[in-house]
Design a protein around this ligand. Structure first.
Ligand SMILES: Cc1ncc(COP(=O)(O)O)c(C=O)c1O
Length: 395
């Protein structure tokens, strides 16, 4: 049978990361490819206790819930947001099935075919897929290690009149970058000047390695709360299986997202939301986040120390100040997809960087994840990876 899919499905793309993961999961390959948190420190007892409290609270806990999400959890998130300088109300917090769903719902209510979304380059692959699935044209803004270049941003706002700007300003996926406060403010100023919204995606902001550094969400600068939709998630600070994230922003936008969500799934799992509420109430999540920071910092340091042994000139990288990834750039002629083939033969995997680019892929880049593997595995995997990296001829 010839299935006649709707025209918009021609914009659907399969995720190359997912495809790679599927292949390497079968073998004896140490994978630095996925963006997975550390399983060995998952707070499994706390999660289990939280679910027990949900079941003990009676049959009502298994009923349909509000589209906006479980109110006590939204109140707890409100308090968490306040610590980040974002002053909102539970009515302006929407619980979603991970921040991935925020990206989708926001795109769904904002984008018509031909609309422009401005992004960093490289940026989060699954966000690019969502924007394109609604027929949007994604346009990359130049950036350096401090964030988007305000000059280029102005030029592109002027030229393209985008629907919104999508950014991951704190420990980005894929390149681990953290924007300066000045660049955050400049983006916000331009978004006010050109009446353009900002979608601020912040799944990694809590995983900060150095206590003394301050990374204020862009939403916290937006005093009137008119221009920024902020999204974050419990996937990295608790566990991803809870599939719980949230969005906060202007009331009118949130209401429209609620309507879109109603059509999409009525509401996200309320058992999970209730469990998270008990977990936040009875478990010291801040101490757990500190544990995550310490563990990831240790793992990142092991990886980076290995990379320091690579012959100078072959590869460059920046030591991340948080998050889960190191972004590596090889010499210009290098194609890391070919390199991946060699790496997999040696028993290690990474993600080639090309797919994270908006339109001019840099084939010589790749991303490695340091959060998921134990130190022993990191050492073994980096021994293998270094062998492959050192085999690249210097040009
Ligand atoms: C930048 C970014 N945004 C959003 C997500 C989606 O996270 P979740 O849907 O688990 O909250 C991820 C997941 O890795 C991510 O890296």
């Amino acid at each position: 049978m010839n299935y006649s899919f709707a025209p918009q499905t021609k914009n659907y793309e399969s995720s190359a990361v997912r495809d790679i993961l599927a292949v390497i999961q079968e073998g004896n390959v140490i994978s630095f490819a996925g963006g997975l948190p550390a399983e060995d420190i998952f707070p499994i007892e706390a999660v289990k206790n939280a679910y027990e409290k949900v079941f003990a609270s009676g049959k009502g806990s298994l009923q349909y819930g509000a589209t906006e999400g479980f109110k006590p959890l939204r109140e707890a998130i409100q308090a968490k947001m306040e610590q980040k300088g974002i002053f909102t109300v539970p009515e302006q917090i929407l619980l979603t099935t991970g921040s991935q769903q925020t990206i989708d719902l926001f795109s769904r209510i904002m984008l018509a075919p031909g609309d422009v979304v401005l992004t960093e380059d490289p940026t989060y692959l699954a966000a690019l897929q969502v924007f394109r699935s609604y027929g949007a044209n994604v346009v990359a803004v130049k950036s350096d290690e401090h964030g988007m270049d305000p000059e280029d941003l102005r030029v592109k706002m002027d030229q393209f009149r985008p629907k919104f700007v999508y950014v991951i300003p704190t420990f980005s996926n894929p390149d681990g970058k953290a924007w300066s406060n000045e660049r955050r403010q400049q983006l916000l100023d331009l978004s006010h000047e050109y009446h353009v919204l900002v979608l601020e995606d912040d799944p990694y902001g809590d995983i900060q390695f150095h206590q003394d550094e301050v990374y204020q969400p862009i939403a916290s600068f937006d005093d009137e709360q008119t221009h920024v939709i902020y999204t974050s998630t419990f996937s990295k600070s608790v566990v991803p299986a809870l599939r719980t994230g949230w969005a906060t922003g202007p009331a009118e936008i949130l209401q429209m997202m609620v309507q879109a969500k109603q059509m999409n799934d009525l509401h996200s799992s309320s058992i999970d939301q209730q469990a998270l509420y008990y977990l936040l109430r009875d478990f010291d999540l801040n101490s757990h986040i500190q544990l995550i920071r310490n563990v990831y910092y240790e793992r990142m340091t092991i990886m980076k120390d290995y990379l320091n042994h690579v012959e100078p000139g072959l590869f460059t990288w920046k030591v991340p100040k948080g998050g889960m990834f190191i972004w590596v750039e090889g010499q210009e002629h290098l194609d890391t997809t070919v390199l991946l083939g060699e790496a997999v033969k040696k028993g290690v995997a990474f993600v080639p960087g090309a797919q994270f680019y908006v339109n001019k892929p840099k084939l010589n880049t790749f991303r490695i994840n340091f959060s998921h593997s134990t130190p022993e595995k990191i050492k073994l995997g980096m021994d293998r990876l270094l062998e492959v990296m050192m085999s690249v001829p210097v040009v």
